[in-house]
Design a protein around this ligand. Sequence first.
Ligand SMILES: Nc1ncnc2c1ncn2[C@@H]1O[C@H](COP(=O)(O)OP(=O)(O)OP(=O)(O)O)[C@@H](O)[C@H]1O
Ligand SMILES: Cc1ncc(CO)c(N)n1
Length: 272
Amino acid sequence: MGQVPRALTIAGTDPSGGAGIHADLKTFQELCVYGMSVITAVVSQNTLGVKTFLDMPLELIESQMDAVYEDIRPNAVKTGMLSQSDVIRLVAQKMKAYNVDNYVMDPVMVAKSGDALLAETAKKELVNELLPLTTIVTPNLPEAEEITGRTIQNVQQMKDAAKQIVDEFGATAVVVKGGHLDDEARDIYYDGSVFDELVASRYDTKHTHGTGCTFSAAITAELAKGTPLRQAVETAKTYITEAIKHPIHLGRGHGPVNHWAYRNRQEGLSRA
Ligand SMILES: Nc1ncnc2c1ncn2[C@@H]1O[C@H](COP(=O)(O)OP(=O)(O)OP(=O)(O)O)[C@@H](O)[C@H]1O
Ligand SMILES: Cc1ncc(CO)c(N)n1
């Protein structure tokens, strides 16, 4: 047997298990990829909101990255919550030093509860230092608005933002997620030459804590397996749609998504 595919997440925590590192590792596992993590911040949060968080010291983030790369090299990497400028600069520097490819950036800025997870002053670092290193970046609408300085209220404006993020800011590809838009869950994919729409039914549910983390983790897992980018995004869309469609009804606020749903669907299909 060849080496198993390996993925790394560099992100913050969620003790209630729905977002951040926890969502990422569950997604890697469900997609049959060996998961590893570097913790940037310990976040006290649950489905109701963020209570407080503490950034890890830079030396500890650096040491965690070295611990991973000196031993078990990941085939793909994602970043989630990076919270402030010096964390972003450090991660960018280590990414370059370790010659990282297959890099998926979820440009986490605000939790579903509305709590800020990225310092206002750090947004430009995310764009200047890390965006040019990405294989793909997955902003939701408010994040795409922050990155581009545009107002985004329809599909054409999503496409214009996608084009700017790739053509001007140097991402290799982008998915602008329309989870916040209208009656359909419509995302726009752009890779510098091809535009594509990923469309799914929009489910009327409050159980959407960690949807963005899960979606970007699923792309990362697929890239780790060697799946071509466009197909990796397609699989991630199916994974997140199934995970939202079959809620597990935990928590008193925005509950977590269902990480078993994708595999249940696959097994159902293979039995059919
Ligand atoms: N209610 C819904 N029904 C179906 N799909 C949805 C729904 N909400 C979001 N999605 C899809 O889930 C994926 C994640 O999108 P979303 O915009 O929710 O991410 P996000 O805002 O970054 O999440 P997070 O709260 O983790 O930051 C996208 O593919 C989006 O279209
Ligand atoms: C640690 C962490 N990352 C990302 C999000 C966004 O959902 C969150 N709530 N918590």
